[in-house]
Ligand binder design. Structure first.
Ligand code: PRP
Ligand code: URA
Ligand code: MG
Length: 209
């Protein structure tokens, strides 16, 4: 059964407020998305398994812990997902990164695939699909489907803002995928934009509007 986790850490909520604000310009928007991605990565890795190792401090031997060999893969959905990659790599620097290129057709709101490049060992990795926006859920669901067709077994979805419609869609299509978000908003408008949302994440990140 797919679970939904909402990261309500005060720093995440604070930064998300300024990400949403239409008066926040490209530079600051990019920086804030990067920072929130780092904080969300910290939360999403909370239950990583640890193993005990022995090391030598300048004073004595110490039995201490390291993350036990988990292989992680990040899969941003282009373009907007790219805005979260560096923030996550800051604290999971050994993660490999695959890319799924999808854009949402503005008329049909259906995802159109245009690029796919994945690490060869995705079947052995814990994958985190990344996209700031989960609107109708079409893009995330299609990305997850593509990964499964390439052998992925263990997938999480991480988004900044989700609409209830998108959460329902992904949970219906992919019962095995847990969803991690910073906020669940009210609804979609007639153009499939999240309300209140933050506007077009790709355009705001890359200054293309
Ligand atoms: O849940 P959905 O209804 O599929 O909508 C969400 C998708 O729309 C946006 O991408 P967009 O198509 O604008 O592409 P971009 O990242 O290149 O701007 C967003 O980053 C998601 O990928
Ligand atoms: O609100 C939305 C919906 C889809 N894509 C976006 O970038 N924003
Ligand atoms: Mg866009």
């Amino acid at each position: 059964m797919s679970k939904l986790y909402v990261f309500d850490h005060p720093l995440i909520q604070h930064k998300l407020t300024y990400i949403r604000d239409k008066n926040t310009g490209t530079k600051e928007f990019r920086e804030l998305v990067d920072e929130v991605a780092t904080l969300m990565a910290y939360e999403i890795t909370r239950n990583l398994p640890l193993e005990e190792v022995t090391i030598e401090t300048p004073v004595s031997l110490a039995k201490t812990k390291v993350v036990s060999g988990k292989k992680i893969g990040l899969v941003p959905i282009l373009r907007a997902g790219l805005g979260m990659v560096d923030g996550i790599l800051k604290i999971i620097p050994a993660a490999k990164v695959g890319h799924v290129g999808l854009y949402r057709d503005p008329e049909t709101l259906k995802p159109v695939e245009y690029y796919l490049k994945l690490p060869s060992d995705i079947a052995e990795r814990d994958l985190i699909v990344i996209d700031p926006m989960l609107a109708t859920g079409g893009s995330a669901s299609a990305a997850i489907q593509l990964l499964k067709e390439k052998g992925a077994q263990n997938i999480k979805l991480m988004c900044l803002i989700a609409a209830p419609e998108g959460i329902n869609q992904v949970q219906q299509d992919h019962d095995d995928v847990d969803i991690y978000v910073a906020a669940v908003d009210e609804k979609l408008n007639d153009h499939g934009y999240i309300v209140p949302g933050l506007g077009d994440a790709g355009d705001r990140l890359f200054g293309t509007k």
